[in-house]
Design a protein around this ligand. Structure first.
Ligand code: HMG
Ligand code: MG
Length: 326
């Protein structure tokens, strides 16, 4: 049956004026996915203490949501095998949520053994090819599994967020029909997800394709029910957020220093860098509660520790400026 349903204001940050749109005012929620989406694809194991410190620093920057781990199979994603130690090691700041990804009831049972988890995220794909590669099952089967996971989580008082992946295109099946994305979002919302994040997993979408997808998705629920999650492979992520803001969306996922990639989507780069997103949002007059400088320092810190390049344009510009003024 599920398969059938899949057929087809002003603030003084820089003096700039906030975009006037149909959204709910000046607040904008940034969901930091660096410790999960950002690290899951790293070949070398990132030491647990480093993961913990990253999450703590991100929390201190003022972020309200920091996705910190996955309860997926360690054979599939070895980088996330220290999930429990990470969750139990972090400083939980009041008002900050620390969700973890859960694909099935095995993961859910493990989550329930850890009293420190208060929020989970379930994920499904809008294409059969990605569903199979990422979770080893069809879309229909994954929705069945996630329905059970969501109901168990809600029964235990956990909040449940949803992800729809490959909303623009799939690395295996090609372009995604926006109607399929909308149907999947509807299924996730009806399971009790408080919000569904729309993932352009391989970062191929641009303004026109994203607008078309959003128009379809916003038929099934209002903008308050959605977040956007753009990987920045083609450098279109900020433009895509802007289109989403114009449609009324006020939540976006991003990753500090642009870390990341998906192990089951070859060639896809990291998420939109959190620093670049926050810089734009502040310039538009949105209130994120985030201190950009702390975020920039955190991005630089983790890149230095991991020995990788910081791909945030904003970070690089601010750090160069700072070095010149020394
Ligand atoms: P499977 O191999 O079909 O699982 O994997 P299974 O049920 O047949 O079990 C096989 C073995 O795995 C068993 O152990 C299970 O106990 C164990 P054995 O008896 O052989 O010793 N197992 C588990 N262990 C720990 N935790 C679990 C778990 N489940 C089974 N939860 C499965 C199916 C879904 C588990 C696997 O495909 C998987 O882990 N996939 C996750 C892949 C992943 O994490 N991808 C990246 C995240 S999604 C993403 O990045 C997209 C997103 O960012 C949005 C966007 O960008 O679009 C969210
Ligand atoms: Mg992702």
């Amino acid at each position: 049956m599920l398969l059938r349903s899949l057929r087809p204001q002003i603030s003084r940050v820089t003096g700039a004026r906030a975009l006037q749109s149909q959204g709910s005012g000046r607040e904008f929620k940034v969901v930091e996915v660096g410790p999960r989406d950002g690290l899951q694809n790293e070949k070398n194991f990132v030491p647990t203490e480093q993961k913990i410190e990253l999450i703590n620093r991100l929390g201190q920057s003022g972020l309200k949501v920091v996705e910190c781990a996955s309860y997926v199979s360690p054979k599939w994603v070895p980088q996330m095998k220290d999930n429990d130690v990470v969750i139990n090691g972090i400083d939980r700041l009041p008002g900050v949520s620390y969700p973890v990804l859960v694909p099935n009831m095995t993961g859910m049972k493990n989550v329930l053994k850890n009293k420190n988890v208060e929020e989970i995220a379930v994920f499904a794909a809008a294409s059969e090819g990605f569903s199979k590669k990422n979770t080893n099952c069809s879309i229909e089967k994954s929705l069945q599994r996630l329905g059970e996971v969501a109901s168990e989580a809600l029964k235990h008082g956990l909040r449940v967020r949803g992800y729809t992946s490959v909303v623009i295109a799939c690395p295996y099946d090609g372009r995604t029909d926006p109607a399929k994305v909308a149907a999947l979002c509807e299924a996730l919302l009806s399971m009790g997800c408080y919000e569904v994040s729309l993932g352009d997993t391989i970062g191929v979408g641009s303004a026109a394709s994203v607008a078309k997808m959003l128009d379809e998705v916003l038929r099934v629920a209002p903008a308050e029910k959605f977040a956007v999650h753009f990987h920045d492979t083609y450098g279109q992520a900020l433009a895509n957020v802007l289109v989403s803001v114009e449609k009324g969306i006020r939540v976006a996922d991003s990753s500090v220093a642009g870390l990341g990639g998906c192990p089951y989507a070859k060639g896809a780069t990291g998420n939109l860098a959190s620093e670049d997103l926050v810089y734009m949002l502040h310039d538009m007059g949105f209130d994120t509660g985030i201190d950009l400088e702390t975020l920039v320092e955190t991005g630089e810190w983790i890149c230095e520790n991991m020995g990788r390049a910081n791909v945030s344009r904003c970070s690089n510009a601010l750090l160069t400026k700072k070095a010149k003024t020394k």
